[in-house]
Write a protein that binds this ligand. Structure first.
Ligand code: SAH
Length: 279
């Protein structure tokens, strides 16, 4: 087990909600607030923090705004060789991670975490899972933390997933070699939604998916490049026009590229998905 981060003591502080009413200290439980924590069970702890240690997520990790704990699956292995896997029942290629080994690692990860899955989801990264999306990232970011199980080889014995009621999440309709890249992506998308992680550098309100739309096109200097100019409205300084243009572009891109998102957006806003858009 390794814990690369040693967060400042301030992150174990008590959080007391502001209120005009006199508070009843006996009735109101005081909440000990820790930083959002990802516990990752993996055969390859050296894969972490990986890119999560860079740039904004890395700085936030250094500042203790979130925490990362890797749990090496190997020491939970059985026998002299600490075996973690065995051949698939019923035959076939590859190896399957053993339920007893994975269960022991999950038990170790559960120490010190709330049993309520709404506060601390326990996830197996798997191509069979529910596709990960921005709404799921938001749900995870609102939790106290998360436990992520990274599979390898042919995956994990079904019984331990059933036994522990583990939620499966997929990064998309493709097959990776292991769950580590998927876990990294899930953590990255989640951590950037935690207040103060991005600072002022990026707004999560305007970007892709925040309103169910893809983001509008972005431009920066030089103003003219390869005979292509930045759209005039963006240089006008007229904020209302810029906002209107960006919204229209976001809608157009979404309609063209993601009819699924576009239909959902129109249904939500009582609009006809086949309406003509004027730009
Ligand atoms: N035999 C499995 C694939 C195993 S891939 C199947 O056909 O479903 C090995 C591991 O990589 C999995 O256990 C899982 O943890 C991870 N993985 C592969 N593809 C993934 C995806 N699209 N999303 C999340 N995790 C994935």
């Amino acid at each position: 087990m390794s814990d690369p981060v040693d967060p400042p003591k301030s992150h174990g502080r008590l959080s007391i909600k502001a209120s005009l009413k006199p508070r009843d200290l006996l009735e109101e439980p005081r909440v000990v607030r820790g930083a959002w924590t990802a516990k990752v069970i993996t055969l390859f702890p050296e894969a972490f923090p990986g890119t999560l240690g860079l740039s904004l997520t890395g700085k936030a990790l250094d500042f203790g705004l979130w925490r990362l704990e890797t749990i090496d699956l190997r020491p939970f292995g059985v026998g002299k060789h600490l075996n973690v896997d065995d051949t698939p029942a019923g035959g076939g290629a590859g190896m399957v991670l053993r339920p007893d080994v994975v269960d022991a690692a999950l038990a170790a990860a559960a120490e010190g975490t709330p049993a309520d899955r709404a506060r601390w989801p326990v996830i197996y990264l798997s191509p069979r899972g529910k596709p990960f999306d921005q709404a799921t990232a938001r749900r995870f970011a609102a939790c106290d933390g998360i436990t992520l199980l990274c599979g390898r080889f042919e995956g994990v014995d079904q019984r331990v997933l059933d036994h522990r009621g583990i939620e499966e999440v997929s990064l998309g309709d493709f097959v990776l070699t292991g769950g580590e890249i998927a876990a990294t992506a899930l953590i990255d998308a989640t951590v950037r939604l935690i207040p103060r992680v991005l600072g002022n550098q990026v707004s999560t309100e305007e970007e892709s998916f925040s309103e169910g739309l893809l983001e509008f096109p972005q431009y920066t200097r030089p103003t003219d490049w390869q005979g292509r100019a930045i759209p005039e409205v963006l240089q006008s300084g007229h904020h209302a026009n810029i906002a209107t243009w960006r919204k229209a572009m976001a809608e157009r891109l979404t309609k063209e590229r993601r009819p699924d998102l576009w239909r959902a957006y129109c249904a939500k806003h009582g609009r006809d998905p086949n309406e003509d858009q004027e730009l």
